[in-house]
Design a protein around this ligand. Structure first.
Ligand code: DCP
Ligand code: MG
Ligand code: MG
Length: 326
């Protein structure tokens, strides 16, 4: 049996801003673009969430909900620095660390578990070290698989520690909304709801055949996750092969101008990340996700390795253009 932790910072960008500027502490803080530029919320402090402010919401809506909110511009370099420090704390606990994004990672702590040091205790130690060294809180889920650990870390935010003891996975998952499962987006959830499947328990109760008939190959996989079964290993980030930036729009758009502008912004982020590591890239890849969550990629290998925002944006725009044609 394996013991997996999933750790994720609480309100990551907003918490870093509150840490660096004491005037922001205890206040509704939003990190993101300006309302005039159709900016969206990247991260909202828990004080701001009380007003119903959420990630990916238009900044304008956020200020309607909470006019006294304080907006700060994102400082990606700073978040990257905090991220490197937290990952290095994680690596003190185990070499098996798989970062998922700047603010979260899976840790396989199986080999560190002893009768005196059960997995839940390791989770507690991890939270304490991050708090002591970085003055920031993480939420941690402790389980026997990645899927359950990730769901667990999210369930008691902020500053949560949720332990799912071996054998109790089904019981833990059963009452939760089916959207909590990896790969179940709004569209799949709506199709499930039409069949009166609302909770993970509802899905777990269906037969493999039932799932396959309705959802194809994905069906039985979804069912296994609903049963708390997930054999995916924690994969250590080997030498970095790519640098990426992505965002989710709060509202779907097919406006070419808005999309080109977005490509420019993301290209700037990629260029900054490359610059920090003194890297350039030979292949530029564009990932698009449509309203129905269908995701596809287009890529091109360029003659001369690119590093600047303009070079990257040029290549990415060339990939995007044919996709916008009717
Ligand atoms: N982020 C973003 N745009 C999004 C979602 C997230 O730019 N649509 C950025 C800002 C977040 C960071 O990624 O601070 C981490 O994302 P999380 O989903 O972990 O969200 P938070 O850490 O902000 O909040 P939570 O406490 O829910 O984890
Ligand atoms: Mg987070
Ligand atoms: Mg996260």
């Amino acid at each position: 049996m394996r013991h997996i932790l999933h750790a994720d910072f609480d309100a990551f960008y907003a918490s870093v801003e509150q840490l660096d500027n004491p005037n922001l502490r205890g206040k509704p803080v939003i990190v993101g673009g300006s309302p005039e530029d159709r900016g969206v919320v990247a991260s909202a402090s828990y004080e701001a969430r009380r007003f119903g402010i959420r990630s990916a919401m238009p900044m304008r809506t956020a200020f309607q909900r909470c006019p006294q909110a304080i907006r700060v511009r994102a400082r990606f370099d700073r978040y990257g620095e905090v991220s490197r420090r937290v990952m290095s704390i994680f690596r003190d606990f185990t070499t098996l660390v798989e970062p998922l994004s700047l603010d979260e990672a899976y840790l396989d702590v199986t080999d560190s578990v002893t009768p005196e040091r059960p997995p839940g205790r390791i989770g507690r130690e991890l939270k304490a070290r991050v708090k002591a060294e970085l003055k920031l809180t993480i939420s941690v889920g402790v389980a026997t698989s990645k899927s359950v650990a990730k769901i667990a870390s999210d369930i008691d935010k902020p500053d949560g520690l949720t332990i799912v003891p071996p054998g109790s996975e089904c019981e833990f998952l059963a009452p939760l909304a089916v959207e909590k499962l990896w790969g179940v987006g709004p569209k799949t959830a709506a199709r499930l709801a039409a069949e009166a499947v609302h909770t993970i328990g509802d899905l777990a109760a269906q037969s493999e055949e039932w799932c396959r008939v309705r959802f194809g190959k994905m069906g039985p996989e979804m069912r296994l996750l609903a049963l708390g079964r997930d054999d995916r290993a924690v994969v250590v980030d080997r030498s970095r092969k790519s640098v990426s930036a992505e965002t989710t729009l709060s509202e779907d758009t097919d406006d070419p101008e808005a999309l080109y502008e977005l490509v420019n912004r993301l290209s700037q982020r990629v260029a900054r990340a490359l610059g920090r590591r003194e890297l350039r890239g030979r292949t530029v890849k564009l990932k698009l996700r449509l309203a129905d969550f269908a995701t596809f990629t287009r890529q091109a290998t360029v003659g001369e390795p690119v590093g600047s925002a303009d070079e990257i944006a040029m290549a990415a725009t060339t990939l995007l253009r044919p996709e916008l044609e009717p």
